[in-house]
Design a protein around this ligand. Structure first.
Ligand SMILES: [Zn+2]
Length: 415
């Protein structure tokens, strides 16, 4: 990514900068190399245009930071492909992942957190993108999810096996020592994030507080963050006490639990899109029966209320889609859905929802002050949309409405 790039001038567009500031019409955004160097009114004084510059006329268009998806799997699920016998092999998994990241990027998503996948595929894909071999978003990745008996990644169906097959997305850890050992192994292999998996629905707490604390201690010594799949009340409380960095879901967190979360300053990523897709498309896409759909619908209603309560307490709410979780969550399709649910179900303003998907999500990327906001000095991750997401938040779900994607100062789709 070090080859000489022309200076980039984006002229005349309407800037929604990702910080929550009111939109600014008629702007000039300049990027040099991989950084934004100037944001100001059209005609503001920068070095005069030269024929070497790349000029984009964004008249009537909307300039936003690249979207950040705080929950996007890349290698968790592979579809069947005629002629491929072992779709769960490390080899096929890697090819699948390499294809998937391009689709994510072309949906306007320039950064993702990957909370769990197979093998160490996602680490390698991240390294490959960073090295310039593949075009893809910035990635913060976990390895296999650490799960004990009854956790969401404890592989079923029983009694086919006990333990975890090598191609599972979870790895069974049933003692404190096993949690520590797996954390250490994953840190050595270069993960940015450890994912702990509590129970599927949150009705029981499967991971003990001291196990979570042991993982946090080990991971933090390696400068690696820890996230947990926690739908339950007690598991959320335990995760906070153990000093976790991010809670996914937290559906059943009571107001008292949320007081503790707020006091600790921990973010919650509710991932509403995942049950929403299950309710709306589960029957066709995943063969869900009425019972599963009813359960998901009830879970979704609980989550909506919980996240309203979290918002009232000023808890940072991160936005993630659970893309790539299963075949219904196609890469590139659902990244903008969470913003719509935030607006229509939680009561956020469209601007708040945009911030949740840009500047507000930067913390999970370990890139606060670097991505998510368009301002001088920030990394040049920019998407230009044809229509106004403040007027219609669903614009963010339609890659067809994207005019230009820029990552690291470079136009995507051009070499
Ligand atoms: Zn997930």
């Amino acid at each position: 990514m070090t080859t000489e790039q022309p200076r980039l001038l984006i002229k005349n567009g309407i800037l929604i900068d990702g910080s929550g500031h009111d939109p600014i019409t008629n702007t000039l955004v300049v990027a040099e190399g991989n950084r934004i160097t100037h944001v100001g009114p059209a005609g503001s004084s920068v070095r005069p245009e030269s024929p070497e510059d790349r000029v984009i006329d964004a008249t009537g268009k909307f300039i936003l930071p690249g979207l950040i998806d705080a929950h996007c799997h890349i290698s968790l699920h592979q579809g069947a492909l005629p002629g491929v016998r072992y779709t769960s092999s490390a080899e096929f998994c890697t090819l699948w992942a390499a294809r998937a990241i391009g689709r994510v990027l072309r949906a306007g998503v320039t950064s993702i957190a990957v909370p769990g996948g197979k093998w160490f595929t996602d680490v390698t894909v991240r390294e490959t993108v960073d090295g310039g071999l593949l075009e893809g978003p910035r990635m913060v990745v976990a390895g296999r999810a650490l799960s004990n008996y009854g956790g969401i990644f404890d592989p079923d169906p029983y009694p086919a096996y006990d333990g975890t097959p090598n191609d599972a997305a979870g790895v069974l850890c049933n003692t404190r020592d096993e949690f520590i050992r797996e954390t250490r192994k994953q840190c050595k292999r270069g993960v940015d994030l450890i994912k702990i998996a509590d129970s599927t629905w949150g009705d029981v707490q499967t991971v003990a507080e001291d196990e979570i604390a042991a993982v946090v201690d080990e991971a933090h010594r390696h400068n690696v963050k820890v996230a947990i799949h926690s739908r339950g009340s007690t598991s959320t409380r335990a995760a906070v006490k153990a000093g976790i960095d991010l809670i996914y879901h937290a559906d059943l967190a009571t107001e008292a639990d949320l007081d503790i979360v707020a006091k600790a300053g921990m973010p919650i990523a509710p991932v509403l899109t995942s049950p929403w897709v299950g309710v709306e498309h589960g029957a066709a896409a995943r063969g869900f029966g009425d019972r599963v759909r009813d359960r998901l619908r009830a879970q979704l209603d609980t989550s909506f209320q919980m996240i309203r309560n979290a918002r009232d307490r000023g808890i940072p709410i991160l936005s993630g889609s659970d893309t790539g979780n299963a075949s219904a969550f196609a890469h590139g399709k659902w990244h903008g859905k969470e913003a719509e649910l935030f607006v229509k179900k939680i009561g956020m303003t469209p601007m708040e929802a945009i911030v949740a998907n840009t500047g507000g999500n930067a913390s999970i990327m370990n890139l606060e002050g670097e991505v998510g906001v368009i301002a001088p000095g920030r990394l040049a991750d920019i998407v230009i949309w044809n229509n106004d997401p403040l007027a219609d938040i669903t614009v963010l779900q339609r890659p067809s409405e994207i005019s230009v994607i820029i990552k690291d100062g470079r136009l995507i789709g051009e070499s």
